[in-house]
Design a protein around this ligand. Structure first.
Ligand code: FAD
Ligand code: NAI
Length: 508
């Protein structure tokens, strides 16, 4: 009887607990309280970009301290680590994005989110010019605003090295539309290969997928492509199963140079089992409509027919970044990106521009992990700066009072005023924000066949691990890194749907 009573109570508690949690998420989360309005007395922080760095900053920043304006051509945050899963239809595109307004509406003060592309930063006059480059234009599509502090987080763009045909004939793996485009092109290759009477040679060409770049993007994408072929092609296109070929082309002697030798060999042997060909020391020289031109290790040139080329050969700085750097010819000389000091202040514009993430040239790798830690750090630094600005304003007021003090004022009051002024001056002098300190949490990569590799820094050494357990760790790590409960739910549901029903092979 006691046991039944316990079960009854536990059930009631779970029902009420679940109900309360549901109420909290639907009412409190969906209807946050009123926000403070813009305050002309406060300084303005303009944030460029809505990627890893800028979004992490927005989450940390106390907007009660500032007026905040976010400018980005995408009005959402994209969870890039799961982008290859979208490209093969494992995940729905909407599951890995989060509207920026979803974050800003929970902030203390109203944040202005503007969907636009910044085209110029005038560091002297502290202004940003931006344009509306969306399809629908109003009567105004370009404007300039002032900032007190600029957080520059525009990321990077795809590096094509001006190799002929890349821009026209390859698909990229950087933005959401790239993954969607790849999925459409990939499905088109399958459907065209399945067209009745297609000659065998043409079927082989259409079903040859070439991935360029053996960095983590190229590896993860090849792994995801293999999963699709393994899990779904056999059931949906039995006549094509076994005919699809994946080739990964890498210019360097090995793939994944950032991982340990052991994990590189693990990846290579997994790819071998998965029948993914890795061509190292091989450079893509041209991408044609129906083929790819390769320079082989012996320097000979080979033209290989293929249906799809995915370009994952790295990134370079954006034009706006280069233009901004050109304004500081003496301090901004690193071709990889913006040089910042150890407080993320742009060299040459230390008083007002902070830069973070892939647009900077630092000793860290251009990763989401670095960008998000930098964003959180900047959020804290800006809070300290706001406190310092507040103290300076208070000091100004007290010094004005001191200037008015007459001889008739009691000595005691004068001494107190002097003491207050000295106290504030001391606090201002003590204002020394700590430099940015990156804490590496490890590197994970999915390699297909429900396997992942991980370089984890524990106990002063790297723990290198690969396999199914690592895959489960990879999934749970990414699930917990997703920025919101909404995204976690959507991604979790997509994984479950694929397990139950397979991937959706319809082509938009
Ligand atoms: P981004 O996240 O690229 O954000 C840049 C923002 O600036 C975007 O919102 C963009 O729309 C906006 N923008 C662009 N131009 C302008 C402009 N002119 N004006 C205003 N805004 C502009 N890293 C990891 O650590 N782990 C991973 O597993 C991982 N997986 C990845 C998988 C893929 C497929 C890719 C492509 C990258 C992956 N990365 C990963 C790398 C990671 O995504 C980047 O290092 C990270 O996005 C950098 O953050 P960021 O804020 O500098 O730039
Ligand atoms: P990358 O720069 O790491 O790799 C690109 C690769 O393409 C290089 O190895 C390069 O040698 C090769 N390449 C360039 N031109 C070529 C050509 N013409 N022919 C053949 N090969 C060519 O780029 P990637 O993979 O997009 O990664 C970018 C950043 O994002 C990195 O810092 C990476 O660490 C990070 N990232 C991390 C992930 C993870 O941790 N799981 C996943 C994806 C990206």
């Amino acid at each position: 009887r006691r046991f039944l009573q316990f079960v009854g109570r536990a059930t009631l508690v779970s029902i009420f607990g679940g109900g309360a949690a549901f109420y909290f998420f639907t009412q409190v989360d969906r209807n946050p309280g009123e926000q403070l309005p813009f305050d002309p007395e406060k300084k303005t922080v303009v944030v460029l970009g809505s990627g890893w760095g800028s979004t992490s900053l927005l989450k940390t920043l106390d907007t009660a301290d500032y007026n905040v304006v976010v400018i980005s051509p995408k009005n959402y945050f994209l969870f890039t680590p799961l982008l290859p899963s979208v490209a093969v239809g494992t995940l729905n595109p909407r599951s890995i994005i989060q509207p920026t307004r979803y974050i800003t509406r929970h902030k203390a003060r109203t944040v202005s989110v503007i969907e636009a592309e910044a085209t110029d930063v005038d560091a002297k006059n502290k202004t940003v010019t931006f344009i509306d480059n969306s399809e629908i234009k109003g009567t105004t599509s370009s404007t300039t605003i002032k900032y007190d502090y600029l957080v520059y987080g525009v990321g990077a763009e795809v590096q094509t090295f001006n190799i002929p045909g890349v821009q026209q004939n390859a698909v990229f793996m950087k933005e959401l539309h790239d993954a969607e485009r790849m999925q459409r092109a990939f499905m088109d290759c399958l459907e065209t290969a399945a067209f009745p009477g297609q000659p065998t040679e043409e079927v082989d060409r259409l079903l040859h997928m070439v991935v360029v770049g053996g960095g983590p993007t190229g590896i993860e994408l090849s792994g995801e492509l293999h999963d699709f072929l393994q899990d779904d092609l056999k059931s949906w296109y039995p006549e094509l199963a076994g005919k699809v070929k994946i080739t990964l082309v890498e210019a360097l002697p090995s793939v994944l140079p950032m991982f340990s030798k052991q994990l590189i060999s693990y990846t290579e042997s997994t790819f071998k089992e998965s029948k993914i060909d890795i061509l190292t020391k091989t450079m893509v020289k041209e991408v044609k409509e129906r083929s790819v031109v390769l320079q082989m290790p012996d320097k000979s040139i080979q033209e290989v027919p293929c249906g799809l080329v995915v370009w994952a050969a790295g990134n370079k700085g954006r034009k706006i970044t280069q233009d901004l750097m050109n304004k500081f010819p003496e301090t901004q000389t690193n071709r990889r990106g913006i040089t910042v000091d150890d407080h993320l202040r742009m060299k040459g514009a230390e008083d007002s521009i902070f830069a973070l993430g892939d647009c900077t040239a630092t000793s860290y790798a251009p990763t989401a992990q670095v960008a998000s830690q930098q964003g959180a750090y900047l959020g804290r630094v800006l809070a300290q700066i706001a406190r310092k600005d507040g103290l300076e304003a208070e000091l100004k007021k007290l010094e004005a009072v001191k200037a008015q003090v007459g001889a008739s004022q009691p000595e005691e009051d004068k001494q107190k005023l002097e003491k207050d002024i000295e106290g504030i001056k001391r606090k201002i002098a003590n204002f020394k924000p700590r430099p940015f300190d990156y804490s590496h949490q490890g590197t994970l990569a999915y390699i297909g066949s429900d396997k992942a590799i991980a370089d984890l820094p524990f106990m002063n050494g790297n723990i290198a691990s690969g396999g199914v357990a690592t895959f489960l760790f990879w999934r749970s790590a990414y699930l917990s890194t997703l920025f919101s409960l909404r995204n976690r739910t959507l991604v979790g549901t997509d994984w479950l749907k694929v397990k139950l029903f397979g991937r959706d092979v319809s082509r938009e």
